[in-house]
Write a protein that binds this ligand. Structure first.
Ligand code: ADP
Ligand code: ZN
Ligand code: ZN
Length: 726
């Protein structure tokens, strides 16, 4: 009897052998129900073999083959094996983490079939040149339906009034619904929006003429039209019948973005995969991609694991964004997995950014990636904003705001233009302090401080979620004069409202956008120019076009310049270049004012000159000297537990084990994590690095099994390969 090796969602790095009874037939990639302990669990068949290392009488049989969905393609299984090896995460857990929840469950997947709509014979017989031109939406529907049947989503994407107009067409007998969604792959419609600039053309041509795998870095300043490059590349792949995977950061995947791509490719089925989907939707879209029907897959990091039989191109927008890195469980970088996947598949991949990660930029300089540059804004009138620093040395700030900033805001109000004040801290103030004894509002569970949220009179921990009422008096000395220290979005909002009582001010941060839909409503207000001043965190920095926005003010960026985290200044530059990119997108020139005590810092010099290259060179020189990435490859061992002694004892053993291996890696000391205590857990870490990926991986293959043998009942530990956060 054949044996199958099955991946199960358990924290062991092995596969599990099961017998297949004669009346069953099983393929690699299929879902099976198998006994495990006293339960039945779902697993994925990874291998089929003739024999097992175990004695036959000890092997249990597969209970059921769940064949209601097609088997996972081998290519995907290979990708997941790679991830499991590279990130040193158990194979079964890696495979299961990649699957939609419905495919991990025992119940039949049962996907609701969406209706699709097609022209009737009468509909086909219509002469559209005769059709009344003023029935715009109906005409558009009929034109699109001439190419192919359309699903509900595609119809809704055509226009908000498309469903109503569709009803009218059905009533007239020209269109009919059909239950089979298996419409023929569409003849491909492409809405050309712009003639490409020369630089865009060159970028498109360079990628288009590539045969096989190649990694491109599309380095284009904000507004240079990277999206247009993506669209043209997609068009070429879709024309050949291929599928395209476009990965975007979590925060950027909005319905607007989906609709934008739908409007450019009205008859290509698009599946958008993000964390907001319910289980049924996710499974349905995944299966549409697996069947090859969904031609464009637009998604956040998890979408990198979508099966795509016709994959012809991968695009990663804002490739530097840290949301591509998963911070728990399988700690993968979706960008890096995407590069592996493109290589495995033999197709090109384009990483796009205005401020590439230093890793990617370095690879482009060394020739591993091909660099494509867009150095001008695409729209003719659009100019880059002027960036200036306000030197805050010896300058009295009112609630963190300088007089020069107020003057600039006032000018915008006079001219009825919008301003944006960017500040990286939500809440009212980062901490509450006693003026008598120096007591600070600390979190009782963490090493962090409680942030003052004045609106609801609460102190909140942004690390563990703990919250409490604002005390009336100092818990240390009883003094009632407690003062907020530092500034957050709420405090700035309040201060600006006091300066400009007439101004319409809107605060945009995680607190004000928490409710689903509120950000969409807020955007609408901004677009309708019902807002004069926006006060917000990085939510505002990403990919939104606000045409009347002419001033961006940055309040207190200095903390990141001298942070213990060596990536803090890289992130700050990216963030500031992003927010600066919001100013002056249309015909009105923009201005960016940055309040800083270090106006001569290379970061601000580069920002003023719009010179990412100069900044990247500065950083690369620093990193090379210090022996940091991208010049080395790192792994971080983290451990946490309630007892400090146990945590450090584990780490000490781990370090000793690493030393005794005496391999070509550099082993640092055991240190407390940047947040040494969180939610009542003591946290420690150990960094190991090497000058090549290969030697680091070799080291991990020896070290990881040793770690797994240490007793660690009361601590949690994990390995983070290529860590971004320390
Ligand atoms: P990026 O993603 O690089 O910041 P976008 O793709 O958002 O830039 O493009 C910025 C603006 O330029 C958009 O409004 C877009 O419609 C416009 N645009 C892009 N390409 C062209 C072009 N070739 N000609 C004119 N306008 C263009
Ligand atoms: Zn006190
Ligand atoms: Zn806390």
């Amino acid at each position: 009897m054949p044996i199958v090796r099955v991946a199960l969602d358990v924290p062991l790095s092995t596969l599990f052998d099961y017998l297949v009874d004669a009346d069953l037939s099983v393929d690699i990639g299929q879902r099976v129900l198998v006994p495990f302990g006293r339960k039945h669990v779902v697993g994925i068949v990874m291998e089929v073999a003739e024999s097992s290392g175990l004695a036959v009488e000890r092997i249990k049989s597969v209970v059921q083959v769940l064949d209601d969905v097609p088997p996972l393609p081998c290519e995907l299984l290979t990708l997941l094996r790679f991830c499991s090896d590279y990130y040193h995460h158990p194979l079964g857990m890696t495979v299961m983490a990649a699957l939609p929840a419905r495919l991990r469950a025992q119940e039949p997947v049962a996907i609701k079939q969406e209706l699709s709509y097609a022209l009737t014979e009468q509909g086909h017989a219509l002469d559209l040149t005769e059709f009344p031109k003023r029935r715009v939406v109906q005409l558009r529907l009929l034109q699109a339906l001439q190419h192919a049947a359309l699903g509900g989503e595609q119809i809704r994407a055509l226009s908000p009034s498309a469903p109503a107009n569709l009803k009218a067409l059905i009533g007239a007998g020209w269109v009919e619904p059909s239950a089979t969604t298996e419409a023929a792959p569409a003849a491909h419609v492409f809405n050309e929006a712009h003639t490409l600039t020369q630089a865009q053309r060159q970028a498109v041509d360079a990628v288009a003429k590539t045969q096989g795998f190649r990694c491109f870095l599309l380095h284009g300043i904000t507004g240079s039209g990277k999206t247009e490059v993506y669209v043209h590349l997609m068009h070429q792949v879709l024309q050949r019948g291929g599928q395209v995977l476009l990965l975007v950061p979590e925060i950027n995947l909005t319905p607007q973005l989906e609709n934008y791509f739908r409007s450019r490719f009205p008859d290509a089925e698009l599946a958008s995969l993000h964390s907001g989907l319910n289980d049924g939707e996710r499974a349905r879209k995944w299966l549409r991609a697996q069947s090859g029907r969904a031609r464009i897959v637009l998604g956040t990091r998890l979408a990198v694991f979508t099966p795509l039989p016709q994959l012809g191109l991968i695009l990663v927008d804002e490739e530097h964004d840290s949301s591509f890195k998963q911070q728990d469980g399988l700690r993968y970088s979706a960008r890096d997995v995407a590069i592996f996947r493109a290589n495995q598949r033999g197709v090109p991949i384009v990483l796009g950014s205005a401020t590439p990660s230093l890793e990617s930029y370095y690879n482009a300089q060394s020739g591993r990636y091909q660099l494509l540059k867009l150095t001008q804004r695409a729209a003719e009138q659009a100019q880059l904003p002027q960036v200036r620093c306000i030197n805050t040395n010896n300058m009295p700030l009112q609630e963190g705001i300088s007089p020069a900033m107020l003057t600039a805001l006032d000018e915008r109000l006079q001219r009825k233009e919008q301003s944006l004040i960017f500040i990286n801290r939500r809440g009212y103030a980062p901490v509450l302090m006693c003026t008598a004894c120096g007591w600070l509002s600390g979190c009782s569970n963490c090493a962090g401080k409680l942030v003052l949220h004045l609106k609801d009179r609460r102190l909140r921990c942004h690390h563990c979620g703990h919250q409490e009422r604002v005390p009336h008096a100092c818990p240390g000395c009883g003094n009632t004069d407690l003062q907020p220290v530092g500034i957050g979005t709420q405090r700035v909002e309040e201060a600006l409202q006091a300066y400009f009582p007439e101004a319409r001010i809107m605060r945009v941060d995680r607190d004000s956008t928490r409710n689903k839909g509120s950000w969409i409503a807020m955007r609408k207000q901004i677009e309708d120019e019902a807002v004069d001043i926006l006060v917000g965190t990085q939510i505002l920095a990403k990919g939104h076009d606000f045409p009347s926005l002419t001033l961006v003010g940055v309040l207190n960026p200095d903390g990141a310049l001298y942070s213990a985290d060596f990536r803090a200044s890289e992130k700050l530059f990216a963030q500031l270049a992003q927010v600066a990119g919001r100013a002056g997108r249309a015909d009105k020139p923009g201005e960016v004012l940055v309040q800083t005590a270090f106006p001569d810092h290379p970061l601000f010099r580069a920002l003023r000159a719009h010179d990412y290259g100069a900044w990247a060179q500065t950083l690369l020189a620093e990193r090379e000297q210090a022996g940091f990435p991208p010049f080395v490859f790192q792994v971080l061992l983290r451990a946490e537990g309630k007892q400090e002694g146990e945590v450090y004892a584990f780490m000490k053993r781990a370090r000793e084990a690493a030393m005794t291996l005496s391999m070509p890696v550099e082993i640092y000391g055991v240190v407390a994590a940047a947040m040494p205590k969180r939610a009542n857990h003591i946290r420690a870490q150990l960094l190991v690095q090497s000058t090549t990926r290969k030697s680091l991986q070799q080291f991990l293959r020896s070290w990881h099994p040793l770690l797994e043998q240490f007793p660690a009942q009361r601590i949690r530990w994990s390995l983070d390969i290529d860590p971004l956060e320390f």
